[in-house]
Design a protein around this ligand. Structure first.
Ligand SMILES: NC(=O)c1ccc[n+]([C@@H]2O[C@H](COP(=O)([O-])OP(=O)(O)OC[C@H]3O[C@@H](n4cnc5c(N)ncnc54)[C@H](O)[C@@H]3O)[C@@H](O)[C@H]2O)c1
Length: 312
C-alpha cells in the first residue's frame, strides 16, 4: 500500500519509513527538515518506492500532494515536540500541532485516505492518579503541548464523524533509539549517551529517583505498522512497557553500555517535572497484537553502538 509519513525525516518517522519500505510498501515522506534530516533517510533514498517532499504540513501543497498520490494510510508524526518550548511559545506550538493536524486531516479527506495514525504523548495524562496509566485515563493537559496533542486526538474523531476516515491514536511513552537527537530536552537517553561517549558532564535533575517508561523505537514503529491494518479503529493505545526506570539507574545502564564512568552530576529538580511515569500497554496486546520486544539493556546497547558510529 502507499503510506504517507509526516515527520518522515525525524527520529521516529525515519525509522518508520525504513520499516515500511522493508515490507514492500510505497512510502511518501513529508517533512520541512526543521529538526529532521536527509541523513536519516539515506537508506530510504536508495529505494524507488520512496519519495521525500520537503514541505511544511500547513502548506496547501500538502492537500494537492495527497489528492494526487491518494495514500491509503497517513502516519502523522510531524510536530513541535518540546513541552518547554510549548510553554515558552504556546502560539507557535498550536500553529504547528493544531493547525498542522487539521491540514493533515484535510489532506487525508481530499486524498481518500482510509486511515490516519496519530503520534500522541503521555503528556495528555498530566499528573495521573495511578501508574501505569491506562489508555482510558481522563485527560489532564498541563502544557500547551499536551493541549495541542489532545486537540489532535479530538480532530481525528471529528474527521471520522464527518468523512468516515478511520484513525488510531498511539500514545507514545519515552521513545529512544538510533537517530534520536541529543539536542534539546526531549530525549534523556540521547543526551546521556552523547555526554558519556564524548566525556562531557552529564546531569541528573533531582535525587535520581524520578522514573520514566522507556520504549525502543523499533517497538514503536511496529505499533504503527500493526495499527495501519483494520485493528484498533477509533481507539487510543499506549505504546510503552509499563516498566519504570529511575534516572540514576538509566545513567548506570548507559555508562555500562558505553564503557564510561558512572558519575553524573546532580542539579535541583526542574519545575513541572513529574516524579514518576509509566503507561499500561496491555490493551494494545489484544487490540493490535502488539508487544514491546526489546528490553532496555539491549535497546541501550544498540543506541550506544549507533551513537558511536555516527559522524560528529
Ligand atoms: N520521542 C518521543 O519520546 C515521543 C514521545 C511522545 C510523542 N512523540 C511524538 O512523536 C512524533 C515524532 O517525534 P520525534 O521524537 O521523532 O521528533 P523529531 O523532531 O525527530 O520528528 C519530528 C519531525 O517533524 C518534522 N516537522 C516539524 N514541524 C514540521 C512541519 N510544520 N511540517 C513538516 N514537518 C515538520 C521535523 O523536521 C522532524 O523531522 C511527534 O509527533 C512527537 O510529538 C514523541
Amino acid at each position: 500500500m502507499r503510506v504517507l509519513v509526516t515527520g518522515g525525516a525525524g527520529f521516529i518517522g525515519s525509522n518508520l519509513v525504513d520499516r515500511l519500505l522493508s515490507e514492500g510498501h510505497e512510502v511518501v515522506a513529508v517533512d520541512d527538515l526543521s529538526t529532521g534530516s536527509r541523513e536519516n533517510l539515506s537508506e530510504a533514498a536508495k529505494s524507488d518506492r520512496f519519495q521525500l517532499h520537503e514541505l511544511d504540513i500547513r502548506d496547501p501543497a500538502l492537500i494537492g500532494l495527497a489528492t494526487e498520490l491518494r495514500p491509503e494510510v497517513i502516519c502523522h508524526l510531524a510536530a513541535q515536540i518540546s513541552v518547554r518550548k510549548s510553554v515558552a511559545d504556546p502560539v507557535h506550538d498550536a500553529r504547528l500541532n493544531v493547525e498542522g493536524t487539521a491540514s493533515v486531516l484535510t489532506a487525508a479527506h481530499q486524498g481518500n485516505t482510509r486511515k490516519v495514525l496519530f503520534a500522541s504523548s503521555v503528556a495528555v495524562y498530566g499528573r495521573p492518579s495511578a501508574i501505569p496509566v491506562p489508555d482510558d485515563a481522563p485527560a489532564d493537559p498541563r502544557s500547551p503541548y499536551a493541549a495541542s496533542k489532545l486537540s489532535g486526538e479530538t480532530y481525528l474523531a471529528t474527521f471520522r464523524a464527518l468523512y468516515g476516515i478511520e484513525y488510531t491514536t498511539l500514545v507514545l511513552s519515552n521513545v529512544y533509539g538510533p537517530r534520536q537527537s541529543p539536542d534539546g530536552e526531549a530525549g534523556v537517553i540521547a543526551i546521556f549517551t552523547d555526554g558519556l561517549l564524548s566525556g562531557t558532564p552529564t546531569v541528573v535533575y533531582g535525587d535520581g529517583t524520578q522514573t520514566r517508561d522507556y520504549v525502543y523505537v523499533e517497538d514503536v514503529v511496529d505499533g504503527f505498522v500493526r495499527a495501519s491494518g483494520q485493528g484498533g479503529n477509533g481507539r487510543r493505545f499506549n505504546l510503552g512497557t509499563g516498566i519504570q526506570t529511575t534516572d540514576r539507574r538509566l545513567h548506570s545502564l548507559i555508562a555500562d553500555a558505553a564503557g564510561s564512568p558512572d558519575k553524573p552530576g546532580f542539579a535541583p529538580p526542574r519545575l513541572g517535572d513529574l516524579p514518576a511515569m509509566a503507561v499500561d500497554p496491555v490493551p494494545a496486546f489484544d487490540g493490535l497484537g502488539w508487544q514491546p520486544r526489546v528490553d532496555l539493556s539491549t535497546g541501550l546497547k544498540n543506541t550506544v553502538e549507533w551513537a558511536r558510529s555516527r559522524p560528529r
